[in-house]
Design a protein around this ligand. Sequence first.
Ligand code: HAM
Length: 429
Amino acid sequence: MTEFKTLRGMRDLLPDDAELMIYVQETARKIAKLYGYKEIITPVVESYELLATKAGDEVKSRMFTFKDLGGRDVALRPEFTPSVARLVATSMRNEPKPFRIFCMGSAYRYDEPQRGRYREFWQSDFELVGTFRPEADAEILTLTDSLFQKVGLRKFGLKVGHVGILRGILGKEKVKEKDQNAIMQLMDKKQYDDAVKLVEDACVSKKCVEAVRELIECKGKDIVDVLNRIRELVKNYENSVAAVENLRTILELVNNSGYKIDLTVDAGFARGLEYYTGMVFEIFVPDLDIALGGGGRYDKLVELFGGEPTPAVGVAHGMDRITLAMGTQKIDFKAKKERTIIVVPIKEELKTEALKIARLLRDADMLVEVEVMGRKMTKALEDADRRKTDYAIIVGERELKEGSVVLRDLSKRDQRIVPIEKLVDEIKR
Ligand code: HAM
């Protein structure tokens, strides 16, 4: 008989890992609520064309694509942004702007599996739709900070850039869009020499090649200084200057509104996805060299899908990588664990009474299991102990006649008789 395993890059999350994953997801949901993002649910399978249009070569080449039985080219979503843009162009077209959308679910990329890189992974995705203004970009950065703070990660930083800086130069030098995209893809992969070579091949001025070369080196945490240096390098390219000033405004808003985010500005920073038009960013922690999230502004995608011109900015957080980082930063997310209870009938005939008591406690929002193996009390209690259950309720004939049960504190190993109607108060106390 074949021993079945998960496919390469796919994982089962067993209870402990699943609990951590759900904790991170619930925290993302809380942040969505706090910032006014409404959750929507979109399909895992979408048209290949929708997902591929602006994905960029890297993501496109890693999509799980297939023909469905109707002969349509479809794919598993590698991300959520195209689905959201599709909705904004169609069913949500008349929604008053701005609106805030949140999605969470699994995404699929045929990446080479390694620590933190899987073929099925989870994202929480936030999209702020309908405004060009820098406050919106700042909000996406600050909500990302809020999520990371809330799960307990203290050591993390944001790398920020603006695609308009480089595109402003290449556009003025009449480099074709296709070549610009290829240059950005190489920059994303940090293949800077190859990127510069492509810039040279595009027959642009010496001055331009020099500016691109120097921009790649232009990065740092002293935001004012780095932005001034970038501005000086691009001073002959008005769209690039506008991009630098836009980035300056966004980062000033973030810094002046009391968020203490560890920011690094990097002029040569690009993202693989091709729909970005403005500020872009990624999140990193010290012990992992992969991004825990990324996002940016995309003002043309909705239009490309047939909608009204609609500016938008968003972010997706890698839930799996956040759980990994919580592990390396030793964050105990179980601090406020709820108490657990097992109800054990002393004999077969008391099963129904045990079920009734379990129902009573669950009605009071308590976490209750019932003995279902017909074991003797000692065996059932041993098992409850092994699973770190907090309380056992022992249902015996003698106590039941008095309307009571035995409540046993399994960690303290003491027990007392408690009237059933006082059970909830007694456990909560
Ligand atoms: P992305 O940078 O491609 O952006 O993905 C966001 C995050 O998803 C990554 O930073 C990473 O944490 C996680 N991720 C990506 N691939 C994998 C993988 N193979 N294994 C584990 N985690 C992975 C987007 O997806 C954009 N849609 C973000 C966005 C929203 N931009 C605007 N709005």
